[in-house]
Design a binder for this molecule. Structure first.
Ligand code: COA
Length: 148
């Protein structure tokens, strides 16, 4: 499926993704620093990935997100980014709205995400703080990619 707005297109077609560009961004990001290419590829293969593309020219990919989901009850929003030159134009917000309205992602009981500083972006599309942090538990291996 494709959505168009102004100079940009959102697509949920995995074959359109620029996996080199995605890996380049993620490997330099604060949350997935050093992620190996093979791990990034596998993470995309087993998730529901979305790309934002320039509508004109070569249709260069400028944004990304992938949803880890069972398509029935739960979704985890991951690896959201918009390339620097394209930020501040509402692209991330449009991407999140598109994802939340996607026909394959309706009726889920819970949407979750983790972010260091983009809380306001997600608040705009309906996310709120965790009501009771005591109920949330996790195992985090921050150095998992670097240790390999
Ligand atoms: C975070 C990011 C995806 C936002 O992309 P963007 O396309 O510039 O965001 P938008 O233009 O759609 O912003 C939508 C709204 O969220 C707000 N917002 C966006 N990023 C924000 C941030 N980091 N902190 C606070 N507010 C933010 C904007 O001010 C805007 O508010 P408005 O609707 O009142 O104008 C982009 O800055 C990015 O890729 N950052 C680096 C990677 C990253 O941190 N990703 C998030 C990981 S969870």
């Amino acid at each position: 499926v494709e959505w168009r707005r102004g100079d940009y297109t959102i697509s949920d077609d995995p074959s359109r993704l620029d996996r080199d560009a995605i890996h380049r961004f993620l490997a330099a990001s604060y949350w997935a620093a050093g992620i190996p290419r093979e791990v990034a590829d596998r993470s995309i293969d087993h998730a529901f990935p979305f790309g934002i593309y320039e509508s004109a020219g070569g249709g260069r990919q400028v944004g990304f997100a992938r949803i880890i989901t069972d398509y029935a009850t739960f979704a985890y929003v991951s690896d959201v980014f918009v390339l620097d030159e394209h930020r501040g134009r509402g692209l991330a917000r449009w991407l999140m709205e598109t994802i939340l309205a996607h026909p394959r992602l309706q009726g889920l009981r819970r949407w979750v995400l983790v972010t260091r500083d983009a809380q306001e972006l997600y608040r705009r599309v309906g996310f709120g703080d965790i009501e009771d942090p005591k109920r949330y538990m996790e195992i985090v291996r921050r150095d998992v990619y670097v240790r390999r």
